[in-house]
Design a protein around this ligand. Structure first.
Ligand code: ATP
Length: 371
């Protein structure tokens, strides 16, 4: 099938709630977004940012105050939930406890009066797709949490929806199982070739699974992009802080040449290759901890720079060390580095090296420009 890049179009979606105390909350504040037909897209953001509200509106469990949602060119906002080609998987698997796995999975087909032979064939197929072939006769109570979530998935895909919504479906699982299920879900999505809209507040989960991530904050879109773009080139301070660990330096551009800019960060001048800012501009520089190294980076073509940090704390985290300290100008800095022979003694000054190309510039209060 051809994959339309605008299979789902959310247009200027607004939704306001009034709290019991009488305050108005913009749960969704002018959300516009296009999603492709076979895309794995993740809505990511802190609690209360509007993720679940957006998902419920797409599913038909909640309505819009204004705006529209188009699926394959047709507005769906006046269709009742059960008529939309959309299914939802929730955090709580909500299986019927007194019904067997087979009956739970086949439920949607029984409602649609699909004949028994076809129904049983498709139940077996759906269970096979989620790695649970042959367990039709069991009861949900005889399954582990991960298996129950797979059954819920099988039930959600059996009537071949065009769109699957997943609301924190892995958050009840322990870490190892969650990591395993993340990969399984991504594989399942690729195999089915349908669009998954996945909700999470877990940034690592979003980075692992998604084709694109939508970062929401206070009912607005902060940024939409591939995991790589969201991680390496955040457009706002919020995104830089929300995704991964970050060192952010505020400063003012004091010099500009064709090779880049010099930014005065509280007395420390840092050079950036970004030429999109002018002398006098306030900018924010992002340097990820893993881009700092205890040894000079010799095998790279890009020029490197050095920072001197007074070490305040060293944390061993298995493969790497987290180093925390302060720069001469009083700014805190964290680094994630491999151990070297260099002694790491609290209070000592250490040199940290980074490639200048690893620095990313964020204009302060930049609002992501929605298309
Ligand atoms: P979480 O990760 O905690 O589930 P979320 O990002 O999914 O959060 P939503 O559930 O979409 O956030 O809620 C967005 C905002 O709208 C929150 O401030 C929430 O309190 C508010 N809200 C949601 N539903 C209602 C409702 N029915 N009545 C009043 N306020 C609501």
């Amino acid at each position: 099938p051809t994959s339309s890049p605008e299979y789902i179009k959310i247009r200027h979606a607004h939704r306001q709630f009034t709290t019991p105390e009488g305050c108005s909350i913009n749960a969704l504040d002018d959300i516009s977004l296009s999603i492709a037909q076979s895309e794995f897209i993740t809505l990511l953001g802190p609690s209360g940012c509007g993720k679940t509200t957006l998902l419920k509106i797409v599913a038909g469990f909640e309505s819009l105050d204004s705006g529209d949602i188009l699926l394959d060119g047709q507005s769906i906002i006046h269709q009742p939930a059960h008529k939309r080609p959309v299914n939802t998987v929730f955090q709580s698997y909500a299986l019927f406890p007194h019904m067997t796995v087979g009956d739970n999975v086949g439920y949607g087909l029984d409602i649609a009066r699909v004949n028994k032979t076809e129904r049983n064939k498709r139940v077996a197929e759906a269970l096979d797709m989620v790695g649970l072939a042959g367990i039709e006769k069991r009861l949900p109570s005889q399954l582990s949490g991960g298996q129950q979530q797979r059954v819920a998935l099988a039930r959600a895909i059996i009537n071949r929806p065009k769109l699957l919504l997943l609301d924190e479906p892995l958050s009840a699982l322990d870490k190892n199982l969650r990591l395993k299920m993340q990969l399984e879900l991504k594989n399942l999505q690729t195999e089915l070739g349908i669009c998954f809209i996945f909700v999470t507040h877990d940034q690592e989960e979003a980075l692992t699974m998604s084709d694109r991530i939508v970062v929401l904050n206070g009912g607005k879109i902060e940024q939409v992009g591939t995991p790589d773009a969201i991680y390496h080139t955040p457009q706002t301070q919020f995104v830089a802080n929300f995704i991964g660990e970050s060192n952010l330096f505020e400063g003012t551009v004091i010099n500009k040449t064709e090779n880049g800019i010099d930014v005065n960060c509280n007395g420390l001048v840092i050079h950036s290759q970004d030429t999109s800012h002018e002398v006098g501009d306030d900018v924010e520089l992002l340097l990820r901890p893993e881009h700092l190294s205890l040894t000079p980076i010799t095998d790279q073509e890009s020029p490197q720079a050095q920072l001197t940090m007074k070490l305040t704390q060293t944390v061993f985290i298995g493969s790497d060390y987290q180093l925390h300290g302060v720069l001469k100008n009083g700014i805190a800095l964290s680094a994630l580095t491999r151990k070297t022979n260099q002694p790491l003694i609290k209070g000592n000054e250490i040199s940290l090296y980074y490639q200048i190309s690893a620095l990313h510039t964020i204009p302060p209060e930049n609002k992501y420009n929605k298309g």
